[in-house]
Structure formats: structure tokens, C-alpha cells
Design a protein around this ligand. Structure first.
Ligand code: DAH
Length: 360
């Protein structure tokens, strides 16, 4: 290699070694290999080299080009690695740091509201029994809330004092704020082919207000439709659920004949408790907890389901009620007061989701 080429190589290598970042590296590369780079000029100048020297000179310039390209690439890899190292160092996570204490101290501390918590528990418990979760609108059509559920026009639940009505739509029928979650039975059966297994937790509304009633409250509905479903399935499912939810494995459960327009037969379900102390599971008294029954054949037919082929059971209960009983909460009204002290007392920690392992 002639002296000028050797010098150029040495200079380039020194310049590369001095590059601290990709931009400096790029400047060196352009200075050598760019349009008016030094090496480009050498290659262009080969034409002017006397013919007898051209072959040797050409080979030397090309060797230099290769050497410089290799050196640039090597330096680029080194710079990239150094940049990554620096980033890793700067962004290092100290995994040994302890988690923040929960609940966080100070006024911002929150908790899962007992209603939401119960809904999570219901979802976990019934989910383990193969139930999905269905939802429906709070403002409901008259037919969904009443008619399709076999609730005749004269039924007291239709009276103004129970039901919040919304101004009439085009059909002259007044939509309602749903008075129960049962209309979602209808919506589910219309939208889904049997077999069906869903629960419906949600908000419900009735024009009722005192220490034990709120105009807005929550229910959970359950619906199972399949072939060969009978009362035994209803009983087994609800006994298992109630014992799991209240965490009492021998909780007494009683089924009492009753009447709902949308089930036949209908049953109210009571659990054993002590009326005086409020303790659940013993004491010889009975407390009504939910309504249930075998889905009325008319309701199935209203949803286009052949009652000779499919049967099912349904149930519905108040979420506030089972929450108050489970946690010994004496008054309904604070549920909606947004009082952070009440929430901290009765709420659940945000970092412990409801699981089957707990309360079951
Ligand atoms: N919808 C009833 C209510 O709000 C509760 C109920 C009773 C729901 C029996 C049901 C059922 O699905 O089968 O009072």
C-alpha cells in the first residue's frame, strides 16, 4: 500500500476511535465514502493513473475501501452496544424495592365498594359453575320488563308507585327504568341459542325510599336453559351458591312455594339465621333471601324457545341485601353516600380480587 493510502487509513481509524455517537460516525463515513468523500475521490482518480500502475493502485484503493467500511461497521456495533448499556444502566429497575403499603396512607386511600365486591364474588362463584355474565339496558321496554315475563297488565308492579316511567315512545308504550334484572332473561333468550347459563348483575329501580329501600338498587338474575332441567338442578345450584357465598358449609336453606308470573312452579328461598343476634347459619329462624322457579313455558315461548324441548330455572336476588347480611352492614343508606370512612371500613382492598379461594 502506498504511503498516502496508509496515512488515510490511519487517520480514518483514529477519527473512528474518537467518534462518541452515531452522528459523529456518520460524519466520518460521509467524509470518506460520500459523494465528495476522500475515498470516493481516490476511486474517481483511478482513471488518471498511468496504465501500468492502475491495476495495482486500483487493488490497493479497493482494499482500503473494504478496510474502512469494516472499521466503520465495527465502530457502529461498538457504539450501539455502549448506548444500550448506558440506557440499561439509566433505566434500571430496582426490583428489590418493597411494594407501596396498602391502603396508601392519606386522604386518597380508596377501596372496592361492597356492591362491586359482591358482583365480583358472584361472577367468580357462578363462573366456576359455568355461568357467563349478561347485561341489559337500565331503560327498558314495557314488553321486556313486564309483558314477555308473563306479567299481565293489571299486575301491581306496573302501578306508578312502583315503577319509574319514561315519556312514551312512538308505540305509545312508556319505557321504564327496569324494576328488576329479569328482562335480561328475555334479551338473552332472544339473542342466544340454548343451552344458556348466565347471571345478570345490574342496577334496578323502584319508587321506594326508606331505611331498607332505595329507589336505585342492584339485583343479580340467574338463568339456566337446557334439556331435562328440573327443580333438583335449581335447588342444588342455589344451595351450593348460598353456602359458598356466605362461607357457611352447612347453612340451612329452605325452599318455600311462592308465586312469580314468570316461573312455574315458583319458590322463595330462605336461609337459617338468628333473628335476635343477626347471626347466619344457626338460631332456628328463617330469612327470605331470593326468588326463583322453573321458567314458565309461556316465557320460553315468548322468546321463540320450544318448552317441550327446553326447560330451565331462574332466580333473582337483591345485591345490597346479601351484601348487608354477609358483612353485617346494618343500614342501606350509606351504600350511596360516598362517605370515604364507610368505604374504608366495609370496602375490599383494591389489590385482592375476588377468588373462589376466599369466602367459599
Ligand atoms: N324479578 C323478581 C323481583 O324482582 C325476582 C325473581 C323471582 C327473579 C323469581 C327470578 C325468579 O328470576 O325466577 O322481585
Amino acid at each position: 500500500m502506498t504511503d498516502d493510502l496508509a496515512t488515510l487509513q490511519a487517520e480514518t481509524e483514529a477519527a473512528l476511535a474518537a467518534c462518541a455517537d452515531p452522528r459523529a460516525l456518520d460524519a466520518v463515513r460521509v467524509g470518506m465514502l460520500g459523494k465528495s468523500g476522500q475515498l470516493t475521490a481516490l476511486l474517481k482518480g483511478l482513471g488518471a493513473v498511468p496504465a501500468e500502475q492502475r491495476k495495482e493502485r486500483g487493488a490497493a484503493v479497493n482494499r482500503l475501501k473494504l478496510a474502512i467500511e469494516t472499521a466503520i461497521e465495527t465502530r457502529r456495533v461498538a457504539l450501539d452496544a455502549a448506548a444500550l448499556d448506558a440506557r440499561l444502566l439509566a433505566e434500571r429497575l430496582d426490583v428489590s424495592l418493597p411494594p407501596r403499603p396498602f391502603p396508601p396512607a392519606g386522604p386518597e386511600a380508596g377501596a372496592i365498594h361492597p356492591i362491586a365486591r359482591t358482583m365480583e364474588e358472584l361472577t367468580a362463584l357462578f363462573g366456576a359453575m359455568g355461568f357467563g355474565v349478561a347485561e341489559g339496558p337500565d331503560i327498558e321496554g314495557d314488553w321486556f320488563n313486564f309483558g314477555a315475563l308473563n306479567i299481565p297488565d293489571h299486575h301491581p308492579a306496573r302501578q306508578d308507585h312502583d315503577t319509574f316511567y319514561v315519556p312514551a315512545g312512538a308505540d305509545g308504550r312508556r319505557p321504564v327504568l327496569r324494576t328488576h334484572t329479569s328482562p335480561v332473561q328475555i334479551r338473552t333468550m332472544l339473542n342466544q341459542e340454548p343451552p344458556i347459563r348466565v347471571i345478570v348483575p345490574g342496577r334496578t329501580y323502584r319508587a321506594d325510599h326508606d331505611a331498607t329501600h332505595s329507589p336505585m338498587f342492584h339485583q343479580v338474575e340467574g338463568l339456566v336453559i337446557d334439556r331435562g332441567i328440573h327443580l333438583g338442578h335449581l335447588k342444588g345450584c342455589l344451595i351450593d351458591f348460598l353456602r359458598a357465598f356466605f362461607g357457611i358449609s352447612d347453612l340451612p336453606v329452605r325452599f318455600r312455594a311462592s308465586y312469580f308470573p314468570f316461573t312455574e312452579p315458583s319458590m322463595e328461598v330462605d336461609i337459617g339465621w338468628n333473628r335476635k343476634t343477626g347471626e347466619l347459619g344457626r338460631g332456628g329462624d328463617w330469612l327470605e333471601i331470593l326468588g326463583s322457579g322453573m321458567v314458565h313455558p309461556k316465557v320460553l315461548a315468548n322468546c321463540g324457545i320450544d318448552p317441550r324441548e327446553w326447560q330451565g330455572f331462574a332466580f333473582g336476588m337483591g345485591i345490597e341485601r346479601i351484601t348487608m347480611l354477609k358483612h353485617g352492614i346494618p343500614d342501606l343508606r350509606p351504600f350511596y353516600d360516598s362517605d370515604i370512612r364507610w368505604l374504608r371500613h366495609y370496602g375490599a382492598p383494591v389489590l385482592s380480587p375476588a377468588t373462589l379461594a376466599e369466602g367459599v
